[in-house]
Design a protein around this ligand. Structure first.
Ligand code: GCW
Length: 615
């Protein structure tokens, strides 16, 4: 009898202990089921009833509070509606001592999924899409439980929108079959305060509607989009709107008909305006119209004449840097040049160029750096290219979860310090005490700078292997490729020196910046070293701030990056006793791999650059 009781008890306890495979993200609350919750039945109430450690909480609807905001007084959370209550509830669960009023900083806090309808994800490194796959030629059934878990994780950090498909968009997403699927997803996300948006292919009226043109000034085209918007809103009344990649990297757009971006965007804006929808129009456009122009200048050249011409429900969405999500870029000057157009920043969570989900690189410091140049008050929102897939731990690397978390927290409050965000995330994600948390925190905070050092220090950029954007290929050159896809174009190394002259003696990209940055970057002696080779072609014998010659400084920085990763491994090994086995092992394997990669970067780049410098 005694034995049996023991067995049953053991099973009960074991049943409660969930595997630490990372699937619970930062939401590892233990259920205590003791709080009495007063107020309306809603998700906030369910979460608090289950997980709040206090005895009683009250939820109150207060119509005078702004949408999405909340107030916590004592243990009463007040908000305009259930979404505000939910944000308040997650805040209280995270920080039980929170008091006072909070509201999200940005109106639009949106994830961009580059998910294709066949289940693959462009630049996804954590498995296949959580939304899409095919069953024969039909869309596969939506996994409602998974989508709900996704919604909960996003709501817990305040994300309020999601674009469900790749910006390289298949026209099929607008077919009735897929609109129905989107409706299903929207129904799961809605109670969590998350709106759905879709990326659309500008030529959809041709591909789906059988029209001969997608010219935005053509009456039939306009009518087609209006009818499509009506059809979508009939099914999904709170649909957010469209995200558009037009005339970029082979995608169709208004330029195909000699129309401007504003003409294209406005035609779509008019279609969704009656329902309160928005158009997020991307400025990531280069190539076609700008042969020979420095690629980092092209967005400004392409869009500047459209400033002031967009409808009020169009938002221009631009990547943080002018090139393409490099480990370090100066901010994109388009943010200085569009004065009458609402703007959003597109940040990339998925680490396409920062070791993907194999390297431990915490991105909050990079995004905070960007906000140091582009003040959040100049933006109406931020979009983050998601790093989420079907992998058990959602993001491939356990520490990549921190980037999803940090994106949400910064969208809520861009003034939060990287350190605070990392600290919150670590505390919620692992069961570690202060003495073990401090070194892990230090590892996270140093990790982005380490990545810059071992990949592309001193302003180097885009010296990645062709297409997969992972390893080094500084000698990359393919004659029949566009020059702006070739690494040699970006570093310009020769026997005299290295770097891209973007000053007034070169491409004059510096002139697109506002003062003081324009002058600061233009002058070799005042250009911050972190952007040195981005803006200048510098002799090998040039003395950097440390007194070292340029080649010695590069050598020093590559070495420093590698040493940092070695130190991360030490930190991780010291933390072994406090981290659960599975996650410890999985991170450890990846750190070893990161070290091998860092050494490969160091060797490949220094051998190659040294062959010019040390001639
Ligand atoms: O970062 C680059 C990627 C492409 C991507 C493109 C874009 C979705 O390498 O895969 O396409 O930019 O942002 O449109």
């Amino acid at each position: 009898m005694k034995k049996l009781t023991l067995l049953i008890m053991t099973c009960l306890v074991m049943g409660q202990v969930q595997a630490e495979d990372g699937s619970r993200l930062w939401l590892r609350y233990q259920s205590v089921d003791k709080a009495k919750v007063n107020g309306p039945a809603c998700i906030a109430a369910d979460e608090l009833r289950k997980y709040f450690r206090g005895d009683e909480v009250t939820l109150a609807i207060d119509p005078t509070i702004e949408a999405e905001a909340f107030k916590i007084e004592g243990t009463t959370i007040s908000a305009k509606d259930e979404t505000g209550l939910l944000y308040g509830a997650y805040t209280l669960l995270r920080e039980p001592a929170t008091q006072g009023y909070q509201k999200p900083y940005f109106k639009y806090r949106i994830l961009n999924h580059w998910d294709n309808l066949d289940g693959t994800i462009e630049r996804g490194y954590a498995g296949r899409s959580i939304f899409w796959d095919l069953d024969g030629d039909q869309p596969k059934a939506i996994d409602a439980a998974l989508v709900r878990a996704y919604a909960r994780a996003n709501a817990s950090i305040g994300i309020n929108g999601t674009v469900l498909n790749n910006v390289n968009a298949s026209p099929r997403i607008l077919s009735p079959l897929y609109i129905n699927k989107v409706k299903e997803i929207a129904a799961i996300l809605r109670p969590y305060g998350i709106k759905v948006y879709l990326s659309v292919n500008f030529a959809s009226p041709m591909a789906l509607g059988g029209l001969k043109t997608a010219d935005p000034l053509n009456a039939k085209v306009k009518t087609w989009w209006k009818a499509k918007a009506k059809e979508i809103y009939r099914e999904i009344p709170d649909f957010g709107g469209f995200l558009v990649k037009a005339n970029s990297e082979g995608q169709p757009g208004p330029g195909d008909y000699h129309r401007t971006h504003a003409q294209g965007a406005n035609m779509l804006a008019d279609a969704v305006a009656p329902y309160g929808g928005i158009i997020m129009w991307r400025s990531f456009v280069y190539g076609a119209n700008h042969k020979g122009e420095d690629r980092v200048k092209q967005a400004v050249s392409e869009f500047i004449n459209d400033d002031g011409l967009f409808r009020s429900n169009v938002i221009l969405q631009s990547k943080n840097g002018p090139l393409d999500f490099q480990p370090r870029e100066p901010y994109a000057p388009i943010f200085d040049n569009m004065h009458k157009t609402p703007q959003m920043a597109e940040l990339q969570i998925t680490q396409e160029y920062l070791g993907q989900s194999r390297h431990l690189v915490y991105l909050a410091p990079m995004w905070r750096e960007f906000f140091g140049y582009v003040a959040p008050e100049r933006l109406v929102g931020i979009a983050g290219v998601a790093n989420i897939g079907l992998d058990k731990n959602w993001c491939g690397h356990h520490f990549s979860q921190a980037n999803w978390y940090a994106f949400g927290r910064l969208a809520w409050n861009p003034a939060l310090r990287s350190e605070q965000i990392a600290d919150e995330w670590l505390s919620a994600t692992f069961d570690i005490d202060d003495s073990h948390r401090t070194p892990l925190l230090s590892m996270m905070l140093r990790s982005r700078e380490a990545c810059v050092d071992y990949m592309m220090p001193l302003g180097l950029h885009h010296i990645f292997k062709f297409d997969h954007h992972y390893g080094p290929e500084p000698d990359g050159y393919i004659a029949h490729y566009p020059l702006e896809w070739c690494p040699v174009y970006y570093h310009q190394a020769d026997s005299a020196g290295i770097g891209f002259d973007r000053s007034h003696t070169g491409t004059d990209a510096t002139s697109q910046y506002r003062e003081p940055y324009c002058s600061l970057y233009d002058d070799l002696t005042t250009c911050p070293e972190r952007y040195l080779l981005w803006f200048h072609h510098v002799p090998w014998t040039y003395r950097t701030n440390s007194g070292r010659t340029l080649i010695d400084e590069l050598t020093y920085r590559y070495g420093r990056g590698v040493k940092e990763v070695e130190s991360f491994i030490d930190i991780w090994h010291n933390s072994k006793p406090t981290i659960d086995e599975q996650r410890w092992q999985e991170v450890d394997e990846r750190l070893q791999h990161q070290l091998d990669n860092a050494r490969e970067w160091q060797k490949t780049c220094l051998d190659y650059f040294g062959s010019f410098a040390r001639k």
